[in-house]
Write a protein that binds this ligand. Structure first.
Ligand SMILES: O=C(O)CC1=CCC(=O)O1
Length: 265
């Protein structure tokens, strides 16, 4: 655990792998934390400098007063790189983490040399839908939504074969006592549409999506890849919104190949 101050917020982070190797930074999904990447990071080949963090209001990081903008999240990420003395990195983000990665690549192109955008979109859901989620969480907490969220995260096959892990992931969201980080990030999702800026993004990108993702479906991710100048799209078969949990080895292989191609490292 390494807590750093970035953009005025304490961010919990963890650095593994090889200093001096190409850096890849991982950004988590809504309602999760850096443990989301445990399986993926363990399956990466040696030689990469691997940094993960809890996005603001998630895990052990600080939760500034909501609402948040996606640009706040992106500034956090760049501040995290500064705090760790990292000049350039590939960013891999999932769901809202994918949007954070895209926003950071747009806002600080000199720092972000490539993007892996997983199960995300240039615009996710509708403003009304996110506002309803905010209102529901503020009124009743996250416990009530946990079952339906986990059904969207993990395939039936994974839940059947890994009941203990599926329950643990459910606990991650249901046992979030302070809803501010969650609702603040829902506001960022509510207010973000990256469509008009996507053509500015020149860095190489890899867009990944679970074949059965109900939240940010393959069509959305394919469209995102199509709007980027230099992107490839790949689907992870038989997975839902969080393929990094369901198929960490496949995800790690795709990320490692992309990082190698992008950085020559
Ligand atoms: O929690 C969800 O409903 C799925 C999701 C969409 C954006 C994100 O970060 O998570």
């Amino acid at each position: 655990m390494q807590v750093v101050e970035a953009n005025g917020t304490y961010l919990n982070s963890r650095r593994d792998g090889t200093r001096g190797g190409p850096t890849v930074v991982f950004a988590n999904a809504l309602g999760t934390d850096l443990r989301l990447w445990d399986g993926t990071v363990a399956a990466l080949p040696p030689g990469l400098d691997v940094l993960r963090y809890d996005t603001r209001g998630h895990g052990l990081s600080g939760a500034p007063e909501p609402p948040y903008a996606m640009a706040d999240h992106a500034r956090d990420l760049i501040g995290l790189l500064d705090a760790h003395g990292i000049d350039k990195a590939v960013v891999c983000g999932i769901s809202i983490g994918g949007m954070i990665a895209l926003q950071a690549a747009l806002d600080a192109p000199e720092r972000i040399v490539g993007v892996v955008a997983m199960d995300t979109g240039h615009k996710i859901g509708s403003a009304d839908g996110w506002q309803q989620r905010i209102d529901s969480v503020l009124a009743e907490g996250l416990g009530k939504l946990a079952d339906s969220i986990v059904l969207g995260w993990l395939s039936e096959g994974y839940r059947r074969d890994n009941p203990g892990a599926a329950q643990a992931w459910r606990h991650m969201i249901a046992r979030t006592p302070d809803p501010r980080g969650y609702t603040g990030s829902c506001a960022a999702l509510r207010d973000t549409d990256l469509t008009p800026r996507l053509s500015e993004l020149r860095q190489p990108a890899l867009v990944l999506c679970g074949s059965d993702d109900p939240s940010t479906p393959p069509d959305l991710n394919r469209a995102l890849a199509g709007l980027l100048a230099n992107a490839r799209y790949r689907e992870i078969a038989d997975t839902k919104h969080l393929p990094c949990i369901e198929k960490p080895h496949e995800v790690a292989g795709l990320i490692a190949a992309f990082v190698q191609e992008t950085t020559g490292g």
